[in-house]
Design a protein around this ligand. Structure first.
Ligand code: SAM
Ligand code: SF4
Length: 460
C-alpha cells in the first residue's frame, strides 16, 4: 500500500524539499510572502522556504501577512464549539493518550442516550450550538450504529435556549460504508488527525487497528466517496519535527483538492498535552514561537481552509493565534466522557484554558473579535465544492458577518449578563455598520430586532 499513498505524502520528497530550502535568502522569503498575499495558497516548496526561514524581520512580515489574510478572508468572526466525549473505550494503544488500551485500571464508560441528551442540554445551556463529537475506537462499545444513535440523540434535544445545530465528528478511520451512515446522520465536518505523517514515528507510537498508517491516511478519500465533502485534517504537534508535519499537511491538502476537487474544510492544530497514565514525552516538543509560526504558515498556504484551536492551549497563546489565522475555537471544554456538569478523573489529556464560555467570549470581545455560533453553511448546502466556490472569490464573507452578528445576538439575549450584553451589542453595531450591501445590512438589522423579540435560528 505504501506506494499508493505516495501521492498523498511522499516522505523522501518532503525531506528533499526541507533540505533544499535550508537557509533561504531574504529575497526568496520576500518572494514567497509576496505571493502569499495573492491569497491563492502556496506550494509545498514555498512552504519549505517559510518553515526554514529565520530572523526577526522575516517573522514580523510573516505574522503581518498572516493577519492580513485572516482579516480579509475571515474578518472579525471567531466560531465557537465544544467537544463532547461519548465513549472512552478504546482498542488502540496510542502512546500519548490516556484512553489507550494499556491503561488497564481505567474505569471506562460510554454514554447512554439519556446521558447524551443530558450532556447536550448542559452544552446548550452554556451557549453552544456546535459540537465536536469524540469517541475512542471500539468496534463493540462504539460501533457506527452507536455513533449514529448519539448523533440522533444530540440533534433531538430542543430546549427553550435552543439546540445543537451542527455536529462535527471525530471517529477513528473506518470504511466507506460506515462513512455513508455518518453522512446520512447529517454530520458537519468529519475530522481525522494523521497524528504524524512520519511513517516510522507513526509505527512506533501506535498499536491496534490505528497502527495502520495507510488506513489513517486514506480515510478522507473514503469519507468523500461516501459523500462527506467537509473534511478536517490535523497533526498532533510534538510527535515529530513540525516542519516535516506542516509540509506533509499541505501535501495532503493539495492531494484532497486534486483527487476530490475540494481541499480540507478545516485544519486543526492540536499540540501534545500532559495526560494521566501517559509516560511518553514529546520527542519533538514545539516551542510557542514555532507553534505560532506554524499556524501563520498554514494560514498562508491554504487561506480558505478554516483553522481550529482547542483549549489544549493557554488563553494567552490562543489570543495570539486568533490574530494570525485561527477561525474556530472550543471553549470550556471537558475531555472526559460525560464530564460536563460533574467531576471525573478519566480525562483524555489536560486542558490549559479552563475559563468558562462567558470569560472566553468576553476576552474575544475585548479583542474586537465577533463570537459566532453560526451553522448556516451546511444547512444551506454550502459544503465541499459549493462552499469553496463562494469562499474563494470572497463571497462567503457576505454571509458570515450577518450570520455571526445574528448568532452572537442570540447568545447575548439568552446567556450574557448586563455588562457583556452592552459590550457585545456595541461590537455588533460596529460590524453591522461595516456590511457593504445595503439590502443585506437592512435585512440583518431586521433579523436583529426579531432576535431581541425572541425569534431564533434566523440565518442567511
Ligand atoms: N479516537 C479517535 C482518534 O484517535 O482518531 C478520535 C479522537 S481522539 C478522542 C482526538 C484526538 O486527541 C486524537 O486524534 C489526538 O490527536 C488527540 N490527543 C490524544 N492524546 C492527546 C494528548 N495527550 N494531548 C493532546 N491531544 C491528544
Ligand atoms: Fe484511542 Fe484515539 Fe486515544 Fe488513540 S487517540 S488511544 S485511538 S482515543
Amino acid at each position: 500500500m505504501e506506494n499508493d499513498t505516495l501521492e498523498i505524502v511522499n516522505e523522501s520528497k518532503i525531506s528533499g524539499i526541507l533540505d533544499g530550502t535550508k537557509d533561504p535568502s531574504f529575497e526568496e522569503v520576500k518572494r514567497v510572502l509576496k505571493k502569499a498575499r495573492e491569497k491563492k495558497g502556496l506550494s509545498v516548496e514555498e512552504v519549505g522556504v517559510l518553515v526554514n526561514m529565520k530572523g526577526e524581520e522575516n517573522m514580523k512580515e510573516l505574522f503581518r501577512v498572516a493577519s492580513l489574510i485572516k482579516n480579509e478572508i475571515y474578518g472579525e468572526r471567531l466560531v465557537f464549539f465544544a467537544p463532547l466525549y461519548a465513549s472512552d473505550y478504546c482498542v488502540n494503544d496510542c502512546e500519548y493518550c490516556n484512553f489507550h488500551a494499556s491503561n488497564k485500571n481505567a474505569k471506562r464508560s460510554r454514554l447512554s442516550m439519556e446521558e447524551v441528551r443530558a450532556q447536550t442540554e448542559i452544552l446548550i445551556n452554556m451557549g453552544h450550538k456546535r459540537v465536536l463529537l469524540e469517541f475512542g475506537e471500539d468496534p463493540v462499545q462504539a460501533d457506527i450504529d452507536y455513533v449514529v444513535s448519539v448523533i440522533d440523540a444530540i440533534y433531538s434535544v430542543k430546549t427553550p435556549k435552543g439546540n445543537i445545530r451542527r455536529i462535527n465528528v471525530n471517529i477513528a478511520a473506518t470504511t466507506t460504508e460506515d462513512y455513508r451512515k455518518l453522512k446520512a446522520a447529517h454530520i458537519g465536518t468529519y475530522q481525522l488527525f494523521q497524528e504524524t505523517y512520519h511513517r516510522e514515528t507513526y509505527r512506533k507510537l501506535h498499536k491496534g487497528p490505528k497502527a495502520d498508517y495507510d488506513r489513517q491516511i486514506t480515510a478522507q478519500d473514503r469519507a468523500l466517496e461516501a459523500g462527506i465533502d467537509d473534511r478536517g485534517l490535523g497533526v498532533l504537534f510534538g510527535l515529530y519535527d513540525w516542519r516535516f508535519e506542516i509540509l506533509s499537511l499541505i501535501s495532503h491538502a493539495e492531494y484532497l483538492e486534486k483527487s476530490g476537487g475540494v481541499g480540507p474544510h478545516t485544519i486543526s492544530v492540536p499540540r501534545l498535552c500532559e495526560a494521566p497514565t501517559v509516560n511518553y514525552r514529546p520527542e519533538y516538543p514545539i516551542s510557542d514561537d514555532d507553534f505560532l509560526k506554524a499556524i501563520a504558515i498554514i494560514r498562508l498556504a491554504v487561506p480558505y481552509t478554516g483553522m481550529i484551536i482547542s483549549t489544549r492551549e493557554t488563553a494567552e497563546l490562543r489570543r495570539k493565534a486568533f490574530k494570525i489565522g485561527i477561525s474556530q475555537t472550543s471553549a470550556a471544554s471537558v475531555t472526559t466522557t460525560g464530564g460536563y456538569g460533574k467531576k471525573s478523573a478519566m480525562s483524555q489529556f489536560e486542558s490549559h484554558d479552563k475559563r468558562n464560555v462567558e470569560e472566553v467570549i468576553e476576552d474575544a470581545v475585548e479583542q474586537n473579535l465577533l463570537p459566532s455560533f453560526c451553522t448556516a453553511c451546511y444547512r444551506m448546502g454550502r459544503t465541499g465544492e459549493n462552499f469553496m466556490g463562494i469562499a474563494k472569490p470572497g463571497e462567503i464573507h457576505e454571509f458570515c458577518r450577518p450570520n455571526g452578528i445574528i448568532t452572537f445576538a442570540e447568545y447575548l439575549e439568552d446567556f450574557a449578563p448586563r455588562e457583556l450584553k452592552d459590550k457585545g451589542y456595541r461590537l455588533i453595531n460596529h460590524f453591522l455598520g461595516l456590511i457593504d450591501d445595503e439590502r443585506l445590512k437592512k435585512k440583518t438589522a431586521e433579523h436583529l430586532e426579531l432576535v431581541k423579540k425572541g425569534k431564533r435560528d434566523l440565518f442567511f
